[in-house]
Design a protein around this ligand. Structure first.
Ligand SMILES: Cc1cc2nc3c(=O)[nH]c(=O)nc-3n(C[C@H](O)[C@H](O)[C@H](O)COP(=O)(O)OP(=O)(O)OC[C@H]3O[C@@H](n4cnc5c(N)ncnc54)[C@H](O)[C@@H]3O)c2cc1C
Ligand code: FES
Length: 257
């Protein structure tokens, strides 16, 4: 059922990314998403960047609807369906978190919950440039160790975050890697972790309509990402021909992922 709630906080996170907070008492787990409806526009799946009673979604300007979301002011109504989908297992462990761009949004609440449960968390954050780094301070304050890579070298190492991951996996022991970002990045993370026999868990995105497992818009091989995911053990999806290669467009046509 959709509820309509007012936006109670709007935080500019980076030049291209904002967080909208709203009050919603429904229970949510880190990794789950909501369907965010913008009156007069569309409904989009958005991961919960905050999962408590004051929830939040962190949105990057991409195309038409997400750009519209960036203009929503405090007090404006938004519709919320959910939370939906699978979540991260936040029981204690040694966790390497790999976030590419806005992918860090879904990893941050999972890292906070795991740290509160006694885990150690190392966060490898990738962004195009220093100003686009997401939730660095939030993760540091929660107790995570941070490693950074930017495409232009303005913060941390110059280059892709996957280069950092190889070094971190070589020098440290981890029980699990959580990753969210472009699928080509997640494929590289899976390849780097495989020789070390470290489990990888991915959060993936697909076009969604019903979010209830009924319309097939979000199919990924035999799975519906809305109910079987979005959080998947890499073992289940890494060898699917679509992963990292194709997804369905709004029309249902297959397009590059
Ligand atoms: C589980 C999940 C979690 C996500 N979490 C986040 C997040 O935390 N932060 C974030 O910035 N983005 C997130 N996304 C991506 C987001 O849903 C959009 O795909 C993205 O913002 C681009 O939408 P757009 O309207 O800007 O793009 P456009 O290319 O302009 O979209 C074209 C049309 O398709 C619609 N559309 C686009 N993507 C989707 C979609 N996935 N499902 C249904 N309709 C769509 C648009 O509303 C528009 O009508 C998530 C996606 C999924 C599946
Ligand atoms: S969005 Fe309809 S089946 Fe997943």
């Amino acid at each position: 059922m959709r509820t309509v709630v007012p936006v109670v906080e709007r935080v500019v996170e980076t030049p291209s990314t904002i967080t909208l907070r709203f009050d919603d008492p429904r229970t949510a787990r880190p990794g789950q998403f909501v369907m965010l409806w913008i009156p007069g526009d569309d409904e989009l799946p958005m991961s919960l960047a905050y999962v408590g009673a004051r929830k939040g979604v962190t949105v990057k300007a991409m195309g038409s609807t997400s750009r519209h979301i960036l203009d929503i002011p405090v007090g404006a109504p938004v519709g919320i369906r959910g939370p939906y989908g699978t979540s991260f297992d936040v029981s204690p462990g040694r966790i390497l978190l790999v976030g590419g761009g806005s992918g860090t949004a879904v990893l941050a609440p999972a890292a906070e919950a795991a740290l509160a449960n006694g885990s150690t968390v190392t966060a490898a954050l990738g962004a195009t440039t220093r100003a686009e780094l997401l939730f660095e301070q939030r993760l540091r304050s929660a107790g995570a160790s941070i490693a950074i890579a930017t495409d232009d070298g303005s913060a941390g190492e110059r280059g892709y975050v996957t280069k950092l991951v190889e070094g971190l996996l070589a020098e440290n022991e981890f029980d699990v890697v959580w990753t969210c970002g472009p699928e080509v990045m997640m494929q590289k993370v899976i390849a780097a972790a495989r020789p070390k026999h470290v489990e990888v868990v991915c959060s993936v995105e697909r076009h969604m309509k019903c979010a209830l497992g009924m319309c097939d818009a979000c199919s990924l091989g035999p799975y519906h990402v809305c109910v079987d995911g979005p959080v998947f053990p890499a073992d289940r999806i890494a060898s699917l021909p679509e992963f990292g290669r194709s997804k369905r467009a709004p029309s249902g046509r297959s397009v590059p992922a």
